[in-house]
Write a new protein. Structure first.
Length: 765
DNA sequence: GAGCACTGC
């Protein structure tokens, strides 16, 4: 037996025994297996929902629960992988279409309707129908705890509809954190109800409103409902609001809680349902004045969980080893590995491929496929191709596979227990993305991915002790990690003036609120009493961050709304414009340089967009120029939306032609808060004297102009300004005389600098 | 000279 397996007994002995028997074949792998040192130690006890904890050495295995035994086969109800299920998130075009045409022969339709009704009755929620309706009748707010697959999202709104909650055209609104989920669930419910999507059942997501006057069941993103408060502050047209996936605690969901709790007070007939997975439900209940919790069993196959005996120093290496181990020793079934980002995923994929190559034909075929959000869609789509017989698929994924994308056939999950999390420091106004241990909730969600089609196994690359003691129960909610400028503006325009005392489930840090208020005041969106100004009211109409909104509104006076809308749209697609595949780094970089125009990154983005438009939105053009088509299409959608809103804020379209200084001035009018100046070889922010650096990807990296404006500050290896624009310091006085004084825009020493001090682009070409 | 988790309006 190999090193370190001494402590094992029971079923594991057999598994490792096989390895021991490989003899010479594994010479090349000796080191690898050796490095393992029996990493799979005893698991901790304690159940966590449907996920079964397993203790290999004589541990207690809970018997098959009644639910599992009875339900058996899954998949029939939802036809997983056929576009429904809301799980293809952003991959491949799952567009139900609006309105959907369903012409079919009558007997066939009748047969299908029957089987649909059978499927509905087979869902775990069905036996609870009457009890649930009674509870909704009795209580204004109900917390519903239900696992994935219980049918709560599709069935509860239908039950309420059947019960008469939509009488008189009243709507039932159901929020989802993700667009694809809203679309696909609505499509599914429309089929079950035998109506066309967009009639009685519809959905509403950004860029796409698929509802009509007839719509009574409305699925939407949480952000969309938030925006609806602007036009209908009491949600008078809704009889029921269901906030689904509440446990995800998105920024929008959290704000909805406060707003809904508020309107529920003076709308006693409004029913509120808060639906969540098995976590936080007690907190939701407490927040809503101790609303009752209604529990519905889920439907998932059991997943055995294994922990390592000791912490793993190198989890990437441990992943690679474990994948190979599973591949060699375990029955058929695909493997899903959770890593933190693109770089790690690429490294892991390479290592796996290399070791498989080395082992050659002695190993059954192993298909290694990466997936992460920024991977081009055609490469993403590969993970959905069925695994050929005799082969095994390993999907190496980011968190995208935790909720947004569901892959059929996964039986084994490998979880190192880390994820990247964005955090925001109000003190420095800086964002950073750091690798952090994931939460227990997240670990359980990951494990659950192994039990969708059959009983599965989850290997956690950390100890059972670490799971219990080192991981947080849940992740820090987004509202405590995000810049709240846009949110504060929105709440202000809903008439909520006292944000410090707003009823948050978890309040954001005081500093973050203060900074947001401060910035809005500087932008002129709030007056000195903290009240919304006319400008602020117009800014709130635009679904972008406040500085972008200000920039757009300012573009009117500079006669360049067309250009500035493009800049705003491109900035909001966030760093995903340029594609830089590892094997073509040089080509990609030179393609990027070729887009260069004097002035800075904002103008480069404008140039990229305009060239793409000139190419006729050509996909081929995107490939040739190493630009992500997905990002440009998104920018186009954003731009069109903003363009449509220009009328609402009473701005006529204008173009500055080639006079890009006007565009730069308009940008400065929005971003004067984000400026830095070069002094003594380094940049410091103008207002806080904070040392910052131009990001090496910036077009201005080599130029180092004296005065710059930046779109955002990110802290990685250094404090970097991302998306940098060269400005003239006199513009700051022009666009923000209330904010800057002439004195602070002089050189620090008080000594007058000659004009054009510092390197300018003219000097450097 | 660095390195972009994931959503969403």
């Amino acid at each position: 037996m190999g090193r370190g397996f001494g402590g094992f007994g029971g079923s594991w002995e057999g598994v490792w025994g096989v390895l021991g028997g490989f003899g010479g074949i594994w010479d090349g792998l000796r080191e690898i297996w050796g490095g393992l040192g029996g990493i799979w130690g005893a698991a901790g006890g304690g159940g966590d929902g449907a996920v079964r904890q397993c203790c290999p050495p004589g541990g207690h295995r809970p018997p098959e629960g009644g639910v599992w035994g009875v339900l058996g086969g899954f998949g029939v109800v939802w036809g997983q992988g056929k576009g429904f299920g809301g799980d293809l998130g952003g991959v491949g075009g799952v567009t139900p279409g609006c309105p959907q045409d369903v012409p079919e022969a009558v007997p066939e339709a009748e047969r299908r309707r029957q089987s649909l009704q059978d499927a509905r009755r087979a869902l775990p929620i069905f036996p609870f129908r009457e009890e649930l309706l009674a509870a909704v009748g009795q209580h204004q707010v109900l917390v519903i705890e239900g696992e994935t697959g219980s049918g709560k999202t599709t069935q509860i709104p239908q039950y309420l509809h059947e019960e008469g909650y939509t009488r008189g055209g009243m709507k039932i609104g159901v929020t989802q954190p993700r667009r694809v989920a809203a679309m696909s669930v609505a499509a599914r419910v429309a089929v079950e109800m035998g109506t066309k999507l967009g009639n009685e059942v519809g959905y509403s997501i950004r860029f796409e409103d698929c509802t009509s006057e007839r719509t009574v069941l409305k699925y939407m993103t949480d952000g969309m409902l938030l925006r609806e408060f602007l036009t209908e502050p009491d949600l008078a047209s809704y009889s029921v609001i269901m906030v689904d996936e509440a446990h995800e605690r998105t920024l929008h969901t959290d704000v909805l809680f406060g707003l809904i709790k508020d309107i529920a007070r003076f709308r006693p007939q409004l029913k509120v349902l808060v639906a969540s997975a098995t976590m936080d439900t007690e907190r939701f209940s407490a927040f809503f004045d101790h609303a009752p919790v209604f529990r519905i069993p889920g439907r998932r196959f059991p997943v055995d969980i294994y922990y390592t005996k000791a912490p793993e120093a190198d989890y990437l290496e441990a992943c690679v080893v474990s994948v190979l181990q599973i591949h060699v020793t375990q029955p058929p079934g695909d493997i899903l590995v959770f890593l933190t980002g693109q770089e790690e995923i690429e490294a892991c994929v390479e290592l796996l491929q290399e070791r498989c190559r080395r082992l050659g034909s002695r190993l059954p075929e192993l298909l290694v496929l990466p997936i992460y959000a920024n991977l081009p869609s055609e490469l993403q789509a590969r993970i959905f191709q069925p695994t050929p017989p005799g082969a095994r698929k390993v999907v190496v994924a980011t968190n995208i596979a935790e909720t947004s994308v569901t892959i059929d056939g996964i039986v084994y999950v490998l979880d190192p227990g880390f994820c990247k999390q964005k955090s925001y420091s109000a003190r420095t106004g800086m964002e950073s993305l750091v690798v952090t241990p994931c939460s227990r909730a997240s670990a359980n969600q990951r494990a659950g991915r192994a039990g969708r089609v059959a009983p599965g196994k989850c290997f956690r690359l950390y100890t059972a002790w670490a799971f219990q003691h080192e991981l947080e129960e849940t992740a820090v909610p987004e509202i405590q990690r995000a810049d709240l400028g846009a949110l504060v503006l929105l709440l202000k325009s809903l008439g909520i003036n006292d944000l410090i005392h707003f009823d948050f489930l978890d309040p954001p840090p005081h500093e973050t609120l203060v900074l947001a208020l401060e910035q809005l005041y500087a932008l002129g969106a709030l007056n000195h009493l903290g009240e919304l100004t006319t400008l602020g009211r117009r800014m709130a109409e635009l679904p972008v961050e406040p500085m972008l909104a200000k920039m757009i509104l300012a573009s009117e006076q500079y006669g360049c709304t067309e250009e500035v809308l493009t800049v705003a749209a491109m900035l909001s697609v966030n760093n995903a414009v340029f594609y830089r595949p590892k094997d073509k780094v040089l080509h990609a970089d030179s393609a990027r340089v070729a887009f260069g125009v004097p002035g800075g990154d904002h103008l480069v983005l404008l140039n990229v967009y305009n060239q793409w438009v000139a190419s006729g939105h050509s996909l081929q053009w995107c490939y040739e120029h190493f630009v992500q088509a997905r990002s440009l299409r998104r920018a186009r959608d954003v731009r069109e939306q903003l363009q449509g809103l220009m009328e609402r804020v009473e701005i006529a379209p204008s173009s500055c032609g080639g006079n890009l200084d006007l565009v730069r001035k308009a940008i400065t009018a929005g971003f004067f808060y984000h400026t830095a100046r070069l002094a003594r070889g380094g940049y410091r922010t103008v207002k806080h004297q904070q040392p910052v650096f131009i990001h090496p990807n910036s077009a201005l990296f080599a130029l180092q102009p004296r005065w710059v404006l930046y779109h955002e500050l990110v802290c990685t290896s250094k404090e970097f300004m991302r998306q940098v624009l060269e400005i003239d310091s006199s513009w700051l006085l022009e666009v923000a005389p209330h904010y800057y004084q002439a004195k602070e825009l002089e050189d620090g020493s008080g000594r007058k600098m000659p004009k054009k001090a510092g390197k300018s682009r003219e000097e450097l070409g």
